[in-house]
Design a protein around this ligand. Sequence first.
Ligand code: XMP
Length: 416
Amino acid sequence: MKVTPETIVLLNFGRTDIQKIAREVRDNNFYTMVMPYSTPAERIMAEKPSGLIICYEKQPLDDVHKFDKLGLPTTIVSGACNVQALLDFCKKDCGCHGLWKLENFVDEAVADIKAQVGDGRVVLGLSGGVDSSVVAVLVHKAIGDRLTCVFVNHGLLRKNEAEQVQEVFQKHYKMNLRYIDATDRFLDKLAGVDDPEKKRKIIGKEFIDVFAEAAREIDAPFLGQGTIYPDILESIPLDGNPAGVIKSHHNVGGLPKDLKFKLVEPLERLFKDEVRKVGELLGMPREMLYRHPFPGPSLGVRNVGPISRETLAMLREADAIVTEELRKAGWYDKTWQTFAIYVPVRSTGIKDGHRSYDHVIAIRSINSVDAVTAQIVHLPWELLETMSRRIATEVNGVNRVVYDITNKPPATIEWE
Ligand code: XMP
């Protein structure tokens, strides 16, 4: 999707903070695209760039002069990045006007979707996450009733999540929403499975099967997807061979071959915080746009060990209490992820004057920049105590709450 006539291409010769630089330049209204140093010249020129920024940390991974022949204004960023200098380059050397604005993006994206889809129909898998939700609202703005969203309830959702999705998309936005309650199907397949990777595979495969069945019925030629720019950038190997460079990312997630969709991916050039801003411009609820990251397999990987309706119910209630207290205390926006985990251990306690032998819930709260590493958050003891007291008294079957104080590494953020 071409969103602006003035593009600055960042050619990455081995910088790990390349997305951050691209973001900063964009914040100053100059539209940037990141390409690996192995990108063929024709591919770069296809974007009609106004200038090139060659980026590396200490040593470039290749000859930085190989693009001189393109005759474009070029500058090099090595070591510390002086953005101000980059902005001067964009303005003075490249003659860019700094016109890139997300406000314009919405109108352009709507026009592009209309042009791409014509009078066709689009099917979209809605997860309730930020990206698919923003795509849904954007595509709906463009083609209205010709969009059908499919929401699969796999029984591993958080408390009230299915109701909220229906409330926002069906009642508020008045979208065609096909809500599929596949709880029994998923939980039957997961019964007795305790290996985390097996769980993930079962959830992933079942999800595709349920979605594919719905998509076949809807019979739309287009599939809307919440692909965002980092998905694409991260699917390009730094030392990538040119064949894989142009666009190796196709996040159709293993759909059956007979479903030959054309993809509608209006966010494919946006970074995550830009997607959130687009959501705000579209008037979407802040709570939906600034949610903590949530894994695809949902509560499935926070219910350690075999999943049953009983253990899931405990986890779901505990998770709701953690989130509610976190918000009340003003800590939700100060942490990257804070959640409850069901631990398959039983311990002795006293409830209502009687000995109990009940289950354990763990609480985990971390901060992170990119989820590659994470640091535990020192939540106030009073807050933790409130969470613990409420969980141990309000959640049937739980009599003990523990706090996970392990950084990543060595632990991962999720327990499974
Ligand atoms: P870990 O547990 O690997 O998690 O430290 C890093 C980040 O990724 C999220 N996560 C997932 N997201 N599908 C997802 O979409 C998954 O299977 C999955 N596993 C982990 C996790 O919540 C954290 O933000």
